[in-house]
Design a protein around this ligand. Structure first.
Ligand code: M6R
Length: 366
């Protein structure tokens, strides 16, 4: 049932190229520059008239929501807020019928997310679900939605659910952008053609697994790790840290790279591995200067760079290259080595990768 893999998590990491294709298949026609999503198309006026989109979710799905915020604001120019469902539901939030709430949940059963949906509905908001499990409570409770077609995710650490959630959110952002006239037909076509290349690029990344494993072997005994990224890759830094915490029980924190100097920099010494996402677009020069700051404090730098990078290579202790793509789509690639890294570290430490202690696959209690 693990399809020849040692763990469900590894199987699911490797299923991502297919899962992403399954998620966009039938929804985008790249050469024609068309996106079809019934859940959006049937309620287009609501989306076009929305004053604000509020994304609610927990855990990894919340990280996907943050990527969604960057995508929707960048392309569709609709204001977006992202909230932990647990905070949203209890803080008497201001929600009106002019708001759209997007609830993201792999399982579709997360108690806090479900309660946030009920609250938003009671205040008149239109609620859209992004779920993986068909017919789940959240899928049923929402007014409309788009499924991720990731297939069953068994490993407690979410992997393919995350990348397929980002795929759906990318399509939503591009669709709304083109409807609003923020994106020309030819630009939409270009983006979709690049999206179509993502699964092959993920496939290529999965092949550098040995390199990631070597890095895992070097840092597996670390007590603390930092993950840094900017822009679209700031949420990926959070997600990288969560993956490591969950399955290897190593303390890790994700930060926007520029926040480092507002506190976490004090932690840096020669024992501190710092994973930095430094792809060639998205404030590259600024990330390079963040890396220099780490270097001058003797921190160990593991950088995720774009193929062909030379600048970061000179300073970092290790580099992992990702193929070139649109900046907005880089989270779909930068996430992969971080998933593999956590996986290998957890295996090397002898942890229960698929069922980490204290965690449940779906959190149906608040
Ligand atoms: O099923 P959901 O997406 O609603 O679950 C949300 C979180 O419980 C979940 O993402 C959790 O953080 C994962 N274990 C992360 O790997």
């Amino acid at each position: 049932e693990k399809g020849g893999y040692d763990h469900f998590m590894l199987k699911e990491i490797h299923e991502q190229p297919k899962a992403i294709v399954d998620t966009y298949r039938g929804r985008m026609l790249p050469d024609e520059g068309i996106i079809r999503m019934a859940g959006i198309d049937n309620h287009m006026n609501k989306f076009l008239n929305a004053e604000r989109i509020i994304i609610v979710a927990c855990g990894t799905s919340w990280h996907a929501g943050l990527v969604g915020e960057y995508l929707i604001e960048e392309f569709a120019r609709i204001p977006v807020e992202v909230e932990y469902a647990s905070e949203f539901r209890y803080r008497n939030p201001i929600v009106t019928s002019k708001d759209i709430v997007i609830a993201i949940s792999q399982s579709g059963e997360t108690a806090d997310t479900l309660a946030a949906i009920k609250l938003a509905k009671s205040k008149g908001a239109f609620v859209f679900g992004v779920c993986n499990v068909v017919g789940s409570s959240i899928a049923r409770e929402t007014d409309a939605g788009a499924y991720t077609h990731a297939g069953p995710e068994i490993g407690v650490a979410s992997t393919k659910a995350f990348t397929t959630q980002i795929t759906v959110l990318s399509l939503i952002a591009l669709k709304l952008a083109s409807k609003k006239g923020e994106l020309s037909k030819s630009d939409l076509r270009t983006y979709l053609q690049k999206m179509q290349l993502i699964p092959t690029k993920v496939e290529a990344l999965l092949k550098i697994d040995n390199k990631v494993k070597e890095i895992a072997a070097v840092y597996k005994n670390a007590k603390n790790c930092l993950y840094l990224g900017r822009g679209f890759n700031f949420p990926v830094a959070l997600e990288g840290a969560l993956k490591l915490k969950e399955i290897s029980y190593i303390h890790a924190e994700g930060y926007p790279a520029a926040e480092m100097k507002h506190g976490p920099i004090a932690l840096i010494d020669e024992n501190m591995p710092i994973f930095v996402i430094a792809t060639n677009k998205g404030h590259y020069e600024k990330v390079v200067s963040n890396i220099q700051e780490i270097k001058s404090r003797a921190g160990k730098i593991i950088a995720i760079v774009t193929e062909g990078d030379t600048q970061v290579k000179e300073i970092a202790d290790h580099v992992i290259e990702i193929p070139e793509t649109e900046e907005a789509f880089t989270p779909l690639l930068t996430t992969i080595p971080l998933q593999l890294l956590s996986y290998h570290i957890a295996v090397m430490l002898g942890k229960n990768v698929d069922q980490p202690r204290n965690l449940a696959k779906s959190v149906t209690v608040e």
